[in-house]
Design a protein around this ligand. Structure first.
Ligand code: NAP
Length: 327
């Protein structure tokens, strides 16, 4: 047995989650038995998708859902050896023992930071790649608008669109994210939706309309994008974060879909296994040659996971929000 900690949901949030909706619980973790592994968590992800689950699917008083990268510390399973790095979906646990199902050994490229496997080369990266190129059916040189452009998914979408020769407008909620997008990433226009009137600013920033709106926010963002959509435009619907805590602005102009022949289609990251090899090859190259840049907000300490999750809804993160459990 080894002492460990878990993050539990102890109360369903009302609106934006608060720290007292969660508890850090001390537990004893059993040693690995026959066919099992024991894993020490290294990096954990906190993600917007978790919020709707807090209202419905996430059971109380058990480890919170979530993915991460861990290191095998005991193995009685032939698929793993001590010291292996693994990707896992075992949730918010410092240390855990299981049969290894669903875990993959990770062999990071020595030229890249391990953390990129939690975003640009991980789940948010394939979401951006598949959602933009397949669901959004992006063509070279098109007019693109992406919301939460300073975040994990949005920043990768914006950069893939630039690589494809597109005109790219992004929205974000802070001036420092806006400056990074404009000055470091080099997108064509940035709107701070908290300080600028979104519909007017978007109209001004998209003189040739929008062919692809990569939707991460919903509500007022969708309302502002809808009249700007070009004929045969596409709206790959990745997320609608402005609605996850309840409330949010209504959308009154979906009728623009009709004469615009606009296609709006939801998708999830796991829809693109057939793109995985091309994604890894492209993204590894783009990261290494600096064509995809990234930001990370890393909170040190397992117990900070609730703070990180809550922070996503106030824009605390620049780029991917991660929790470092151990180095
Ligand atoms: N379909 C899928 O499989 C899939 C997979 C991953 C993510 N997603 C979705 O993709 C979107 C981005 O996720 P991510 O992981 O990359 O997170 P992220 O963008 O790195 O972080 C969330 C960001 O959302 C912005 N935000 C929060 N509340 C907002 C609001 N009310 N209105 C406008 N912006 C708000 C904040 O940035 P600002 O400072 O700019 O406000 C915050 O930093 C989310 O909608 C998520 O659900 C979908």
């Amino acid at each position: 047995m080894s002492a460990s900690r878990q993050i539990h949901l102890v109360r369903r949030p009302n609106g934006v989650p608060v720290p007292s909706d969660f508890a850090v619980v001390e537990v004893d973790t059993p040693d690995a038995g026959e066919g099992e592994v024991q894993v020490q968590n290294v990096l954990m992800s906190v993600d917007p998708y978790m919020r709707p689950r807090l209202t419905a699917d996430q059971p109380l008083d058990v480890p919170m859902i979530g993915g991460g990268i861990g290191r095998v510390v005991q193995s009685l399973n032939p698929r793993f050896k001590e010291g292996d790095l693994v990707r896992h979906g075992a949730g918010m646990q410092e240390l855990f023992t299981n049969d290894g199902k669903g875990m993959q050994v990770l062999t990071p490229d020595p030229g890249l930071s391990l953390t990129v496997y939690m975003h640009a080369l991980g789940g948010t990266g394939i979401t951006a790649y598949g959602g933009l190129l397949e669901t959004g059916a992006l063509k070279d040189g098109e007019q693109v608008f992406v919301s939460t452009a300073g975040g994990a998914v949005g920043s990768v979408v914006a950069q893939i669109a630039k690589i494809k020769g597109c005109y790219v407008v992004g929205s974000t909620g802070t001036d420092d994210k806006a400056a990074w997008l404009k000055d470091e990433v080099g997108i064509d226009a940035v709107i701070n939706y908290k300080t600028q009137p979104l519909a007017e600013a978007l109209k001004e920033a998209t003189p040739k309309g929008i062919d692809v709106y990569f939707e991460n926010v919903g509500g007022g963002h969708l309302d502002a994008a809808m009249p700007r959509m070009n004929v045969r435009g596409r709206i790959p619907v990745c997320g609608m974060i402005s609605t996850y805590n309840g409330g949010g602005d209504g959308v009154r102009n979906l009728f623009n879909l009709i004469y615009g022949r606009v296609r709006m289609e939801g998708f999830v990251a796991s829809d693109f296994p057939h793109l995985q090899a091309a994604f890894v090859s492209d993204m590894t190259g783009w990261l290494k040659d600096g064509r995809v840049k990234y930001q990370e907000t890393i909170l040190d300490g397992f117990e900070r996971a609730p703070e990180g999750l809550i922070g996503l809804f106030s824009g605390l993160n620049n780029g991917k929000m991660l929790i470092r459990v151990t180095s």
